[in-house]
Write a protein that binds this ligand. Structure first.
Ligand code: GLN
Length: 280
């Protein structure tokens, strides 16, 4: 018989060699298997695990030992206070991407009229499109992705958050499938150079969501900005995540494409350049 306490001790020891958050991972995965809050693990530490529970747990620990993201193992993750279903078809939402939501909401709240149309280019799990659909209830949202598999995950999330009636999922490159110009564009596009990406991210997460192409990963972000010239309505805005090394590049490209607009580069909580904002 293995108790909760023993299972946690054993799993933590197993994860310590690879994971920087071994104990936390062990607890999160066990609370997932037992379907109880993490705090209950301590209170119930002498409870024994059923053979089936232990088996499932050991399989998850083995996957985590190979540094598969915890979000894939438990099948969901929180973004901006909302819970999103996740699997290997989509990038795991990062906390720094919440800055795109914050900037878009600030902009929306300063406007005289409610936002009616917005587009999320490269939607992945749908975390940006769905969060904004929930917080901007007057908006029709276009969520675009090149990957049909990612769009399937976004669809599940839209249904889960009951915004599927207001989100149009469109397959295609960049903003090409957009049926109309919009007031607001958001994006967390692929912007990295694959060989420079953390090895574990590269091993587990979809390369299509990471590889920004030429110009040190700036080719795709540059293309999205270029297309926005025709896709943004007058008075519209674009908020796009970029790499920390792309601030200057993004600033000059945005100023060249939108000479009349207010262009800023915003830093994330780590003080790194993270979002290019174009407010026309
Ligand atoms: N922030 C991610 C990483 O560095 C990259 C996300 C992206 O390319 N959009 O792992």
């Amino acid at each position: 018989m293995t108790t909760i306490r023993e299972a946690l001790q054993h799993a933590t020891a197993q994860l310590e060699a690879t994971s920087p958050s071994a104990r936390l991972d062990a607890e999160v995965l066990l609370s997932h298997v037992l379907n109880i809050p993490r705090a209950r693990l301590l209170a119930d530490s002498h409870r024994s695990l059923a053979a089936r529970e232990l088996n499932t747990y050991e399989q998850l620990i083995a996957r985590r030992e190979a540094l598969e993201p915890v979000a894939y193992l438990v099948g969901h993750k929180e973004f901006y206070g909302f819970d999103f279903l996740l699997d290997r078809r989509v990038l795991v939402p990062r906390p720094e991407t919440e800055l795109v939501v914050e900037r878009a909401l600030e902009w929306a709240r300063r406007r005289a009229s409610p936002v009616r149309t917005l587009a999320d280019i490269g939607t992945g799990s749908g975390c940006l499109a769905i969060t904004l659909a929930l917080l901007l209830p007057t908006a029709t949202v276009y969520a675009i992705d090149l990957s049909p598999a990612a769009l399937e995950v976004a669809r599940l999330n839209a249904v889960r958050h009951k915004v599927d009636q207001r989100i149009m999922l469109l397959q295609g490159a960049g903003s090409q499938p957009l049926p109309q110009a919009v007031e607001l564009i958001v994006a967390n596009p692929p912007y990295t150079v694959l060989v420079e990406v953390d090895e574990n991210v590269r091993r587990w997460e979809p390369h299509l969501a990471l590889d920004g192409g030429a110009e040190r990963g700036f080719a795709i972000p540059a293309q999205i900005m270029g297309e926005a010239q025709r896709r943004l309505l007058p008075g519209g805005a674009l908020f796009m995540e970029i790499g920390a090394w792309q601030g200057q590049q993004a600033l000059s490209a945005a100023q060249r494409l939108f000479p009349q607009a207010r262009v800023t580069i915003d830093q994330d909580l780590a003080g790194l350049d993270r979002v290019v904002a174009i407010e026309s």
